[in-house]
Design a protein around this ligand. Sequence first.
Ligand code: ASP
Length: 334
Amino acid sequence: MSDLKRRTFFKLGLAGAALSIFKPSRAGELLEESTMRVQRSEPIVISTWKHGLEANDEAWKVISSGGAALDAVENGVKVTEADITNRSVGIGGRPDSDGHVTLDACIMDHNSKCGAVACLEGIDHPISVARKVMEETPHVMLVGDGAREFALEKGFNKTKTPLKEVKKDWKDWKKEEKDKLKNPIINHENHDTIGMLALDTNGNLSGSCTTSGWGYKLPGRVGDSPIIGAGLFVDNEIGAACATGMGEAVIRIAGSHTVVELMRQGNSPQKACEIAVERIIEKHDDLMGLQVGFLALDKFGNVGAHSVYYGFNYAAHTEDGNNLIDASFDRNWD
Ligand code: ASP
């Protein structure tokens, strides 16, 4: 196995080994067989980008003590949402072109229950509002004022956004770089969702995804992150996936759902992420600045990650520790 592969592909536990030795013609058959052999799983939590390290630590507290993956992925990304130095997630996020910080988030559990909020303004923890939507309404997604009203009714804290320094940046952008909206530059400053996937000791998967979206986006723009099947998808029988990068491109291929379905067809999480990235590349004539990264975790704790361009990384917390890992990629920026 190459160094890159070793860094981007984990195999955990006996079931993981079984998965890599036998090449099933139908993944379903193998999954069923392995599930019978494994009573309890080794827990693992993975999440996008460097901010995932801190978030994983919080999530790990939950799953390492036998808690549920759903609580882990909620508590984990709340750390990032609360970090006021983070410009791409939560209350420290960049605003839209009119100066409004609008947040998107979704969450999905092992029973395929899910909840989401989009264009939510001035509320501190969108991921927890998404969980409330999942648990306390008959709906999956609430947006805009409706989502805000719901959050306030449920007792969430109001926050004043944008933060002072973020507002100053936005004002400078307004003055000098207005046309960047037409010709976006996707980099670590304006585009870094946290997507988190966890497998708990009961063998259950859950995922979460939260972002302030594309910095200086058009008002009302919603990316992939709060859309179940695009920014996040979990199928407890197979695996889970999440995405980061240019949401429009992820939505076009129903990215995270595609990755999970590719795993269902027998592909490893790594291969599934690679095929999904390939599909994005095929569907776009102009790839200039189009960064997308996928992260995947199968039912047995195997991990995959792949991006269009160099630069995507993710944090993985297992019993061996919490590490930042460079994902494999299709091309360099130059
Ligand atoms: N996918 C997010 C969006 O398009 C942003 C990101 O991950 O960087 O809103």
